[in-house]
Design a protein. Structure first.
Length: 199
């Protein structure tokens, strides 16, 4: 009986040692977000740079009691491309995105951190820097760095380890990315830099 139980546990553990491909999506701005239909300057996304240390596809892991990864979350395409799409959607929702405009500001977003982990509770962290550059002069006119930290779930949860849901952890990561982007785009100083006035 004990041998059978040991085999069952081993099979469960082995089935948990997998890599799951997940996505990140932008879910829309908060109701308090400002849209600008009459702005004089708009934004073109120049580039998104990934400076995280763990590789372009790595997002996080569900871990065992010793910190060992049981389920690894990776993205396809790379994380920076998913963040770029989310940023594009966020700017579009605020009527600030332009495809090409010699009056537009060029936006560079640098990802210093975007990851998620679960031991017992699910957590995710984001650290983004946004820089606006004048299209004609090439001179940066605005730089800001935002962070977001998100912890969810109960310390008494049973859905941990091999029983934990990769989709729930992915959702925490996606929500954290969204929060960081919203923080960056909804600051009055950002809107002033982009439009010339706070709306």
């Amino acid at each position: 009986m004990l041998r059978l139980l040991g085999v069952v546990v081993l099979l469960i553990v082995m089935s948990g040692c997998v890599t799951r491909q997940v996505g990140l999506t932008y879910s829309g701005p908060p109701e308090s977000a400002t849209t600008s239909a009459d702005h004089h300057q708009s934004v073109v996304i120049r580039t998104v740079v990934d400076r995280r240390p763990d590789g372009p596809y790595w997002l996080g892991a569900i871990r065992g009691g010793y910190g060992n990864p049981l389920k690894t979350l990776e993205t396809e395409p790379p994380v920076k491309d998913l963040v770029a799409k989310a940023l594009e959607d966020a700017l579009t929702a605020r009527s600030l995105l332009a495809t090409a405009d010699d009056q537009a500001m060029l936006l560079t977003l640098t990802i210093y951190r975007l990851d998620c982990n679960q031991y017992i509770r699910r957590e995710a962290h984001a650290d983004f820097e946004i820089t606006l550059t004048n299209h004609r002069t090439g001179v940066p006119i605005y730089t800001d760095r935002v962070t977001s930290d998100n912890v969810s779930g109960s310390i008494f949860a049973f859905d941990v380890g091999v029983f934990a849901s990769t989709d729930r952890l992915r959702q925490v990561a996606s929500d954290t990315m969204n929060d960081a982007i919203n923080k960056a785009l909804d600051k009055p100083a950002f809107l002033i830099a982009v439009t010339g006035s706070a709306h």
